[in-house]
Design a protein around this ligand. Structure first.
Ligand SMILES: Nc1ncnc2c1ncn2[C@@H]1O[C@H](COP(=O)(O)OP(=O)(O)OP(=O)(O)O)[C@@H](O)[C@H]1O
Length: 206
């Protein structure tokens, strides 16, 4: 089974992935940040590095999709291929940081891959406002992310909302502004109650 966690930069996907993997005994797949060869350069000059970074992520994420499809385990994935292709890449193109031909080239490759990709059995979307995201990005203090422009984050946020409004598979939305699952066990229980109800058809118990 494939469970996916989606959400904007700094929404807490990694924390939630770890907590749910622990709680349900699922196998986590994290977004590899530390040995990403493009990320720092990308944040310093998005126009120059956007295409390289998108191809890097597409390749990594597609590998994961194939691995998940071939696995008998339940895998929980921190960010999905859909977010790269439906949110990050079009946002870079829309904001003038990826050329038309690079975007078209990327999209053709993604469309081909999509013919082999299934939707996850459950998508968990963490919805957070811009102030919450900014606070969390500042708090974790990755140096290269500190130069991020507000309109970049806002553009992503808009595209996340459009994408999720149109999303066709099983879906849970977590309110990242109020549901502090990482700090508060009661809030984490709200999330697991929603998951239990959706996956196992159980009613949440008080
Ligand atoms: N397709 C993409 N295009 C551009 N940047 C990307 C893409 N996918 C991921 N990133 C960037 O890679 C980094 C990934 O970091 P990380 O895995 O901590 O994700 P995050 O979105 O910040 O997660 P969290 O919700 O856990 O805070 C972030 O700076 C994110 O914006």
């Amino acid at each position: 089974m494939h469970i996916a966690i989606a959400g904007n930069i700094g929404s807490g996907k990694t924390t939630l992935t770890k907590m749910l993997a622990h709680r349900y005994g699922w196998t986590p797949r994290f977004e590899p940040v530390d040995n990403n060869p493009y990320l720092e350069d990308f944040y310093a000059d998005m126009k120059r590095w956007s295409f390289n970074l998108q191809i890097y992520f597409l390749n990594k994420r597609f590998k994961e999709v194939v691995e998940i499809a071939n696995s008998k385990e339940t895998i929980i994935q921190d960010r999905t291929i859909f977010e790269d292709a439906c949110i990050f890449a079009p946002n870079l193109h829309g904001q003038g940081m990826m050329s038309d031909r690079d975007f078209q080239n990327y999209k053709d490759l993604f469309d081909l891959m999509m013919s082999l990709v299934k939707l996850p059995e459950l998508m968990i979307y963490i919805r957070s406002s811009i102030p919450t995201l900014v606070a969390q990005i500042q708090k974790r203090g990755r140096e290269y992310e500190q130069t991020m422009r507000l309109d970049y984050l806002e553009g992503l946020s808009r595209r996340y909302e459009e994408w999720i409004a149109d999303y066709k598979g099983p879906l849970i939305v977590v309110d990242g502004d109020h549901c502090k699952f990482g700090d508060n066990p009661e809030d984490f229980k709200q999330v697991t109650d929603m998951i239990d109800a959706k996956l196992f058809g159980l009613f949440p118990m008080e």
